[in-house]
Design a protein around this ligand. Structure first.
Ligand SMILES: Cc1cc2nc3c(=O)[nH]c(=O)nc-3n(C[C@H](O)[C@H](O)[C@H](O)COP(=O)(O)OP(=O)(O)OC[C@H]3O[C@@H](n4cnc5c(N)ncnc54)[C@H](O)[C@@H]3O)c2cc1C
Length: 392
């Protein structure tokens, strides 16, 4: 503690950081919740640069500044750097921290959907999805709450508050990382804006994941989650060793449109983790299942369609390597759950006992566990303490 104090003994935090006179701070009177000072909220980050042994860390505060820093040899972008928890040997001579670049923190809601800057954290992304649900009509945001609940199953509280959506997607693209975010955004038909010094371009998630390399000098600027259309049904799935802080064995996200006559008008089926796994190494690029989608589109929602779709899926998506048979069953199981859920609704094509299979355990809200036990304590005022209890 003394050592820490010694660093600050001749400094005044307001003078140092905000150049704000003390009078601007209202004294805490203990009667109400303390307020975060408004002038600190408006505090603008300054560009910073530190040279360490073998690595230089640069924090630009504009996109142009970021591209200038990235033009140095052996440079790479970084936001929260949580990726090193997974890829420990990643090195660079220049780390360009893009966590404070305003262009990469922008958020907007337009006709096309919700656009979120790449440096926004996973936790903030959840808040933004939920805030949009509160403001838009239900048919436009049918996927948003499912997406939010799935993101809450990524990593843990700390990683979600620091780790960025761009960092997650970049690992999915360049390292075959088994990303939950990539799978669910693929299922939701999200688009990605990629920026270079020269300008920006939009690509679909399918195009984004097609190649494992960025074009030279390119970074992710933002992602757009499109609004759903009337009649769309969306859901996501994940099976992992634990509910949180565990990578998926397999994950999935489905979006299916059903018209007024019960005919499937479009289907987007996305799966992650369906490639080759080595024991303990979960990799897997998120992929769509176009043959299975074809088996669904234009068909009446029915038991026959369900059976045909599962058959198509089993020949189209075949995981190999570690726990291949288990992962294959998860793949079919996820689609079965989803379609049974649709059939069990208005069509009543499936038996009541089978409909329960559609309950999405990925997002089940479990109540707190309670227990109650009754003891007869008779006349003993201190019972059941010191009361002999017969053991049956
Ligand atoms: C303990 C732990 C558990 C996790 N569990 C899960 C999980 O269950 N599911 C899941 O999906 N993910 C999981 N993750 C991954 C986590 O979501 C990512 O580590 C995080 O989102 C990355 O964000 P970051 O800001 O830390 O990226 P960084 O570590 O800073 O960057 C990661 C990579 O992306 C590059 N990069 C960053 N931003 C951009 C950009 N805008 N454009 C181009 N490249 C960029 C960097 O150069 C680097 O190569 C887990 C991570 C940890 C550490």
């Amino acid at each position: 503690m003394d050592a820490c104090k010694s660093f600050a003994k001749d400094s005044d935090i307001e003078d140092l950081i905000c150049k704000t006179p003390r009078e601007k701070l209202t004294q805490y009177d203990g009667k109400r919740n303390p307020e975060f000072p408004a002038f600190l909220r408006e505090h603008k980050a300054q560009p910073l640069s530190f040279v360490g042994s073998g690595v230089t860390w640069i924090r630009p505060t504009s996109l142009a500044g970021a591209f200038e820093a990235l033009s140095q040899p052996r440079s790479r972008v970084v936001v929260a750097n949580t990726g090193t928890g997974i890829y420990k040997n990643e090195t660079a001579a220049v780390l360009v921290d893009i966590g404070r670049v305003p262009e990469l923190l922008q958020v907007s809601v337009g006709d096309g959907g919700l656009t979120v800057g790449a440096s926004v954290s996973l936790a903030k992304f959840v808040d933004l999805l939920r805030a949009t649900v509160a403001k838009q009509s239900a048919d436009k945001v049918a996927s948003f709450d499912h997406l939010a609940r799935h993101v809450l199953r990524i990593a843990n509280v700390h990683v979600r508050h620091m780790g960025s959506i761009g960092g997650n997607l970049a690992m999915a693209k360049t390292k075959d990382f088994l990303s939950d975010l990539a799978t669910i955004l693929l299922g939701a038909s999200a688009t990605v804006t990629l920026a270079t010094k020269q300008g920006a371009r939009n690509v679909s998630m399918v195009e984004f994941l097609e190649s494992d390399k960025f074009n030279t000098g390119e970074i992710i600027q933002s992602i757009t989650v499109p609004f759903t259309k009337q009649g769309d049904v969306f859901s996501t799935y994940k099976t992992a060793i634990r509910p949180q802080n565990a990578h998926a064995f397999v994950n999935a996200a489905f979006n299916v449109g059903i018209d007024g006559k019960g005919v499937i008008s479009h289907a987007e089926l996305a799966f992650g983790g369906t490639g080759h796994h080595e024991p303990g190494v979960h990799t897997g690029r998120a992929v769509r299942a176009p043959q299975t989608e074809k088996a669904l589109v234009g068909k009446q929602l029915s038991n026959t369609t369900l059976r045909e779709a599962i058959k198509a899926l089993e020949s189209e998506v075949q995981p190999t390597g570690d726990r291949a048979a288990f992962r294959q069953r998860l793949v079919s199981g996820f689609l079965f759950k989803f379609l049974v859920g649709l059939l069990g609704g208005e069509n009543k094509e499936v038996k009541e006992s089978t409909v329960s299979a559609s309950v999405n355990s990925t997002h089940t809200k479990r109540p707190h566990i309670k227990g109650q036990q009754a003891y007869k304590i008779g006349d003993n005022p201190h019972g059941p303490v010191a009361t002999a209890l017969p053991k049956y």
